[in-house]
Design a protein. Structure first.
Length: 107
């Protein structure tokens, strides 16, 4: 007698699919940890580089962006570049993980 219509073969197939999904998810996460995105502000005077998993890598500031009398402007440029990089990392994450999230709602 079956359990709710699920035979042993169906359960094995479901387990295989779940394991394959887990492998794909792990590969996508590894790729996110390797790829980099760079956000910019003020025409590239300030750049923030993050890994796809949002781990900070580098901040580059053109000396012309540094005005000792207007530190707030520099802070705003760094924040804008960071937000740009975060948006790109989110886009990359959606690109790599999005298809996996839609395939069975594993997340």
């Amino acid at each position: 007698m079956g359990y709710g219509g699920f035979g042993g073969g169906n359960m094995q197939q479901i387990m295989k699919q779940a394991q394959a999904m887990q492998r794909k998810l792990q590969q996508a996460q590894e790729q996110l940890a390797e790829e980099e995105v760079t956000g910019t502000a003020a025409g590239g005077m300030v750049e923030v580089t993050l890994k796809g998993n949002k781990t900070p890598v580098a901040v580059t500031i053109d000396p012309e962006a540094v005005d000792p009398d207007d530190v707030e402007m520099l802070e705003d440029m760094v924040l804008a570049a960071l937000n740009d990089a975060m948006a790109q990392a989110d886009e990359l994450s959606n690109e790599l993980l999005g298809p996996l999230a839609g395939a069975g709602g594993m997340f």
